[in-house]
Design a protein around this ligand. Structure first.
Ligand code: C2E
Ligand code: CA
Ligand code: CA
Ligand code: CA
Length: 289
């Protein structure tokens, strides 16, 4: 029995060793990817539902990994979040997104003769960058945001930082960090709202500007979700928060959100996240028509 017991421990050890080495390899590959420019940002338009125009884009990272194709973030962000690598990734994303805005601005100026072309619609856009809780908790984020703004010269009001709702609970210093970031002039959005434990009653005390209603509430009409969405939108408005609905895929979802006075929306109905070279700017009917 003793011998068998030791066998089990050895098997477990082997599995653990294997798992740790996979984790270490992924981390090392990601570190190289950051150095070797294998990470790219794709952009998804966010539309102002009142005017029907695209006002900003969300930056979403992909890993153009040799031999693996375009790897989605869910496959490597969790590995990056186990170490300070996620801070390096966040720093890179902030710089890359703001540099992209300067390029769109410059292309519009260069093409001003043919105003009204696609370049014109890319100028002046805002951008939202996803920030991990670990980066928010670190002493780096404030400097990273300030540095990216200074280097690019982009007006801070054009930058939104997206923090998931769970981070408000998991990071003890989150509220202080968010206050400091807002003093730089950037906006804060609570991502995936509705999936964590933030109650509507806490909203007036949160140093945030925007709520992003999670896709799960937008896509499934059942289980009182429609009422919940309406309630969240009206509560958010009474506290002067903007509301973005994520994951709009169908026209009737859009119409319901417009009827409920949702401010902004993004989703496959309008556009999928795309590489900057392929980005086209969608437009929908203004809510008043
Ligand atoms: P998220 O921030 O909630 O981003 C929205 C996700 O929903 C994106 O997935 C987007 O492609 C997807 N989406 C947008 N519209 C629709 C729709 O109509 N239907 C459906 N089914 N999906 C839609 P993606 O790009 O795979 O990103 C997944 C998650 O990875 C993000 O969720 C975010 O949490 C994380 N992530 C992405 N980029 C970054 C980054 O630069 N840094 C960090 N820390 N996390 C990132
Ligand atoms: Ca997001
Ligand atoms: Ca989200
Ligand atoms: Ca999410």
């Amino acid at each position: 029995a003793k011998a068998a017991g030791r066998g089990v421990v050895e098997v477990f050890d082997d599995e653990l060793r294997h798992e740790l080495s996979v984790q270490a390899q992924t981390e090392e590959a990601l570190r190289q990817a950051l150095l070797g420019n294998e990470l790219v940002l794709h952009y998804q338009p966010v539309l102002d539902l009142l005017t029907g125009r695209t006002a900003s884009v969300e930056a979403l990272v992909r890993w153009n990994r040799p031999g693996h194709g375009l790897v989605p973030p869910d496959a490597f962000i969790p590995a990056a979040e186990r170490s300070d690598l996620i801070c390096d990734l966040g720093r890179w994303a902030l710089a890359a997104a703001l540099t992209q805005l300067t390029q769109w601005d410059a292309a519009a100026t260069a093409g001003a003769a043919g105003a009204g072309g696609p370049e014109g619609e890319l100028a002046g856009l805002g951008v939202a960058v996803n920030i991990s809780g670990r980066h928010l908790a670190s002493r780096y984020l404030l400097d990273d945001v300030a540095a990216a703004l200074a280097t690019s010269g982009i007006d801070p009001v054009r930058l939104t930082l997206e923090i998931t709702e769970t981070v408000l609970v998991d990071v003890p210093s989150a509220l202080d960090q968010l206050r400091a970031l807002r003093e730089l002039g950037v906006k804060i959005a609570i991502d995936d709202f509705g999936t964590g434990y933030t109650s509507i009653g806490q909203l007036p005390n949160l140093p945030v500007d925007i709520l992003k209603i999670d896709r799960s509430f937008v896509s499934s009409p059942g289980a009182g979700h429609a009422d919940l969405v309406r309630l969240v939108i009206s509560a958010a408005h009474s506290f002067d928060l903007g509301v973005v609905a994520e994951g709009i895929e169908e026209n009737d979802q859009l119409h319901r959100l417009v009827a409920d006075s949702c401010d902004s929306g993004q989703g496959f109905l309008f556009a999928r996240p795309t590489a900057p070279a392929e980005l086209t700017i969608p437009r929908t009917c203004p809510a008043t028509e």
